[in-house]
Design a protein around this ligand. Structure first.
Ligand code: AMP
Ligand code: GLY
Length: 412
C-alpha cells in the first residue's frame, strides 16, 4: 500500500522510519518532509495546510493511508475532508482536534467529567482578567485560547509580567482575537502520556519526558522541546495505571459522549503534583520530540496500528521499554531569531539513530533549515549510559550554528 505522511519534523521522520519497516508498505511519500525523511520517502512539495492539494495528491497517487503529524492540518479539518472523499486517514477530525486547538474546550470537558486538572476561569475582558489575577496568588498561569506554536502560555511571576501578557493576548491580539484561560499554578515533574485512541478504546504507549527549556538546568526560554527520554524514574506502574484509568480513558469516553469521538493519538501533558496526577494540556497528535524516543520502542507493525485505529477496529500493540534518550541540536538563537543554511557534516560517522527535525539538501550538501535541526538518540543499560552514548554522537556532528543541552534525562 502507498502511504503519505504529512509534516516535516523529527516526529514525521520517526513515523517514516517505523513505517518503512513494515512489509505492507510499498511506497512512502511525505509532504513536505525534510532531507532525513527523503531517505525513506519520496518528498512531495506541498504545505501541510494545503488540504485540497494534499487531497488531490493522495487521490492521484492511490494513497491507501495518510498519517497526519502536526496539529494545524488537524485543526483545520484535513481528516474531515479526506474522509468525505472516502480516503483513509490517521488523526482526529476537526471537532475532536479541539481538545488541543481550544484550551477552553479541553478545560470545560475536564471539569464536566471530573478529570483532574488545575482550577480555571475564562476571560475576554482585559480589566476583569487583571482583577482576577490580582486576587490570586502568584505565579499566574495565562493561556491564550488557541494554537500559538507553544508560545501562548505565560507563567507570570510578577503582576507586571501578568499585565503585559494579558495586554498581548486580549488588547493587542498578538496571537489573534481570542480568550484567555487563567488557571491555578501546579507544581511537580511533567510527563507525556500518549495513547492510540479509537472511540472508547485506549492503547497506552510507553511514557516520555520532554525538556521544554532551551538551556541546561532547565534555564532559558520555553521551546518546542530540547530532548526527551524514557522510561521515567519518577513514575511508577501505579501512577501510569492511575493516569490511564482516571485521565486518558475517561477523556476518550467523554469525547464519545460529547459527539466528537477521538481517533488518532491523544497526548496527555500530565504533571505529578503533591495532590496526584493532573492534566496540564492535551494534544491531538504525536508529541515532538517525544515520538522520536517512543516509536523506536514499538514492537508491533505501526502500519497495522495506524490502519486499525483509522478504521475503528481493535488493535494489539506491544512495546519494549529499554532506556532511550534523545538530544535536540537546535540553531543558535532558537526559540528566538536564528539563521538557516549552515552545512552539517559527520552524521553518518556517528553510527547513531538520528532523526532530522529541520534539514534540507542544497547542492549535494546537508544544511540546517529550521530552529530544531536534529534529534540524536542514544540507548543503553540505563539513562546515564543512554545519555553518554547520545552525547558521543552529538560531539561527532560538525556544524557551526548548533547548540544542545547536555543534561537531558538527569534532572527529575
Ligand atoms: P501548555 O501549553 O498548556 O502545556 O503549557 C506549557 C507549559 O507551561 C507546561 O508544559 C508547563 O510547564 C507550564 N504550565 C502550564 N500550565 C501550568 C499550570 N497550571 N501550573 C504550572 N505550570 C503550568
Ligand atoms: N513536546 C511537546 C509537544 O509536542 O507538544
Amino acid at each position: 500500500m502507498n502511504v503519505l505522511i504529512i509534516g516535516a519534523g523529527g516526529r514525521e521522520h520517526a513515523i517514516a522510519d517505523a513505517l518503512s519497516k513494515s512489509p505492507k508498505v510499498s511506497k512512502l511519500y511525505c509532504a513536505p518532509g525534510n532531507a532525513g525523511i527523503a531517505k525513506h520517502a519520496e518528498l512531495v512539495a506541498l504545505k501541510d495546510t494545503d488540504v485540497q492539494g494534499l487531497l488531490a495528491y493522495a487521490t492521484d497517487n492511490k494513497i491507501g493511508l495518510t498519517v497526519v503529524g502536526p496539529e494545524t492540518p488537524l485543526s483545520i479539518g484535513i481528516v474531515d475532508v479526506f474522509k468525505e472523499k472516502g480516503l483513509r486517514i490517521f488523526g482526529p477530525n476537526k471537532k475532536a482536534a479541539q481538545i488541543e486547538a481550544s484550551k477552553r474546550f479541553a478545560k470545560d470537558l475536564m471539569i464536566k467529567y471530573g478529570i483532574p486538572t488545575a482550577a480555571y476561569e475564562v476571560f475576554t475582558d482585559f480589566s476583569k482578567a487583571l482583577k482576577y489575577v490580582k486576587e490570586k496568588p502568584l505565579p499566574a498561569v495565562l493561556k491564550y485560547d488557541g494554537l500559538a506554536a507553544g508560545k501562548g502560555v505565560v507563567i507570570a511571576e510578577t503582576l507586571e509580567e501578568a499585565e503585559n501578557a494579558l495586554k498581548d493576548m486580549l488588547v493587542d491580539d498578538k496571537f489573534g482575537e481570542g480568550k484567555v484561560v487563567i488557571e491555578d499554578y501546579l507544581e511537580g515533574p511533567e510527563f507525556s502520556f500518549m495513547c492510540f485512541v479509537s472511540g472508547a478504546n485506549v492503547y497506552p504507549m510507553v511514557l516520555a519526558q520532554d525538556h521544554k527549556r532551551a538551556f541546561d538546568g532547565d534555564k532559558g526560554p520555553n521551546t518546542g522541546g530540547m530532548g526527551a527520554y524514557g522510561p521515567l524514574p519518577f513514575i511508577t506502574e501505579e501512577d501510569k495505571n492511575y493516569a490511564l484509568e482516571n485521565i486518558m480513558k475517561p477523556v476518550a469516553a467523554a469525547m464519545l459522549k460529547e459527539g466528537c469521538p477521538f481517533s488518532g493519538v491523544l497526548y496527555g501533558g500530565l504533571m505529578k503534583t503533591k495532590n496526584g496526577i493532573k492534566v496540564i494540556e492535551f494534544n491531538a497528535r504525536f508529541g515532538d520530540p517525544e515520538t522520536e524516543i517512543v516509536l523506536p520502542r514499538l514492537k508491533s507493525d505501526i502500519f497495522d496500528v495506524f490502519c486499525g485505529i483509522a478504521d475503528g477496529k481493535t488493535v494489539e500493540i506491544e512495546w519494549d521499554d529499554f532506556p532511550i534518550l534523545g538530544i535536540v541540536m537546535a540553531s543558535k538563537g532558537y526559540p528566538g531569531d536564528y539563521e538557516k543554511g549552515y552545512e552539517i557534516k559527520g552524521i553518518e560517522d556517528t553510527g547513531a539513530l538520528i532523526y532530522h527535525m529541520g534539514t534540507a539538501e542544497k547542492d549535494g550538501k546537508l544544511i540546517t533549515a529550521a530552529g530544531r535541526v536534529l534529534m540524536v538518540i542514544g540507548s543503553g543499560k540505563d539513562l546515564n549510559e543512554a545519555r553518554t552514548n547520545a552525547l558521543k554522537a552529538v560531539e561527532k556532528i560538525e556544524c557551526d550554528n548548533l547548540f544542545y543541552r547536555t543534561d537531558i534525562g538527569s534532572l527529575s
